[in-house]
Design a protein around this ligand. Sequence first.
Ligand code: ATP
Ligand code: MG
Length: 789
Amino acid sequence: SLPVLPCAGLCARFLLTQDPLLPRPGTPSSPGPLPKASPGARSLGLTRGPPEAGPPPCPAVMAGAALPIRRHRRALVEAVRERPFLIVTGETGSGKSTQLPKYLFEAGLAKHGAIGVTQPRRVATISVAQRVAEEMGCLLGSIVGYQVRFDDCTTEDTAIKYMTDGCLLRQILADPLLSKYGIIILDEAHERSLSTDILFGLLKKLFLQKKPPNRKADMKVVVMSATLEVDKLSEFFGDCSVLHIPGRSYPVKEIFCNLLSPRDIGSSAYAVKVTLDIHLNEPEGDILVFLTGQIEIERACDLLFKKAESIDYRYEVHDRSVEGLLILPLYGSMSTDQQKRIFLPAPAGIRKCVVSTNIAATSLTIEGVRYVVDSGFVKQLNHNPRVGLDILEVVPISKSEARQRAGRAGRTSSGKSYRLYSKEFWEQCMPDHTVPEIKRTSLTSVILTLKCLSVHDVIRFPYLDRPEERHILEALKELYQCDAIDRRGHVTRLGEFLVQFPLPPNLTCAVIKAASLDCEDLLLPIAAMLSVENVFIRPGDPQKQKEAELQHQELSSQVGGCNDFATLLNIFEQCKSPSAWCQKYWIHWRALKSAFSVEKQLREIISKLKQLPDFPKETFEGSRTELLRRCLCAGYFINVARRSAARTFCTMDGHGSIVYIHPSSTLYNQETLLEWIIFHDVTVTSKIYVRTVCPVRYEWVKDLLPRLHQIDAYELSSVAREEVTEEEITKWKYKEDLKRQNGKHVTSPNCNKLERRNDDQSILDARARYLERKQQRAQGLSGPLKEMG
Ligand SMILES: Nc1ncnc2c1ncn2[C@@H]1O[C@H](COP(=O)(O)OP(=O)(O)OP(=O)(O)O)[C@@H](O)[C@H]1O
Ligand SMILES: [Mg+2]
């Protein structure tokens, strides 16, 4: 059971004291104030032990030896040894991610199972693993390895395994007791990613169970971060101990540039200005700029490049040793190889400038970075209950996120963080902590994972922050609509197949449908292409942009010019090497290469499933294009929309949201020729745009659409609690039978309303009403104008 430490109710803290006689590591600057313990905290007065045996003198190892965490090595190891749960906090850069797993390994704590360390992001997972392998003088993939989605660099002997939290969650599916691991470290917990939050609950549950017979030693769990809501987490883990590591490797000066006020919502132009100011006026040292997304980043890089070209280094640059600027973008959908480029040192005299999304805000050390430019914004996936979709939105970052960003500047020397916003913006617009992902995104995949782990009561699961019940019910409804769970809330066979794929459920449904029709060759490449970076190059230069657009149009015309999914398949099938082909068509070769590798891995999963005797088998007579679109319908019928007035479409999921086709789609400007469409995802600027679109026929979705309205989310609340009574099932079956007999649906008034919305006459009426309103508006507007004239 959960241990309750002596001072129950209050979290016991170790205050690791700073030895005043020891010089501060690495920098002449003064140490930050010693962190204060909370009122109930107990200082165990731990002081530095004797210096421990030094590793061989390699620069990476030497750096590790000078970090603030080093002097607390012994206390840390003992604390982990003695306690099942431990929280470790410490300034950014103090050495938590790279050093603690190493200490535990060297102290023999990996004897009975590996040390698994989770990171919320792929790029940090790989780079931290690389650093630790370097410090330990071993090959990456041997004692120290990593595993991220579609890339496993570990062996049976790997003792320190860095992985994304999503990967660990998937491993729990195969091995619910995590019997391969002796210690699990959930790192960068402040990010509160969906997977980390679920892992908190699962690991807590794991401790409530009996020790499995095949486990020699008890599992240990360590939660780490620099900017964490410590008390809340400690309470969650039975008032577990909190260990704070004082000191930072190097100080970072935080400067408010006052360029953004609370009313501003964008900041790329200011970011470029401040970056150039730093380049011209500050001493040597690399720059890390935080912007919101791929498009903003590419645009800012182009602008920076243009401006940097006209710099006269003889007169304009203050530091004479700086002779050039190397500009590198960094965002999540880039291939791993491309991401790795940012870590390479710039040539002598050249200042490196990395322009990144939030993926570089946490855990990452980019050697040489001394300046951070913080735009104050982040692109965040938020579930919009009104629209019923997960939407990417630009929102202000939290204060803890800003501290993480600033922390990137003080890793290998002292630094400065330029906050584009004002103190007023900081106080009024930025929350203290980021809203946990579990409270703002779709829970469909996670709920399916929990159900597969036999956690049926998904409402009373131990969440650190409980998601809203209606979000859980929405997820259950979606799973029910996809046929992944049954009316009793149990996972169906299809659900068991779905959970095997590291893809969103709708895409997986389409893949499985294709495999059942023996045409997975059509869908696997599409699934792979949708899982990697955008393959279409969109150059910043307007002339080149036009040229690229024409070539992209050509690629879609080759397959009929009316299906974005088919265009992706066409590219995948046509291009086999980094030939002139990619250049001609403005296609990212490296993204395609990743898609080839992803496709191979998905193919392996599907081949295994197809060998199962109960894997569905179906037949279909029809053209290849129809076959493809039918398979897509099987997965995306939740994302179906019908044309409403003018160029707008209305979603059919019960929310009836008005959406537009995104300009990047081949169907943009062809809206009036369309009736029914399905789409892959949604983005919001001034309007709601759907991306990756395919036209479908009503007959293909007709039988699937009733599923969308068949069940009210609240009808599933008992499913969420695993209390489905026989009476409920009988009632439900009776309703179903009645429906079948009457040939129409006996549903709630709400559902009838939704169904009415879908019939031809009501759509025509709605269109007429819209046109009438439009005309009235136009008249209303021209009235005053005429008067003014
Ligand atoms: N790839 C690297 N190149 C150079 N130095 C590195 C590298 N990785 C880590 N370091 C050094 O090790 C220090 C500790 O890094 P580590 O990632 O362990 O810190 P952390 O405490 O986990 O910080 P954060 O809270 O920001 O994740 C860095 O401040 C830096 O000095
Ligand atoms: Mg870290």
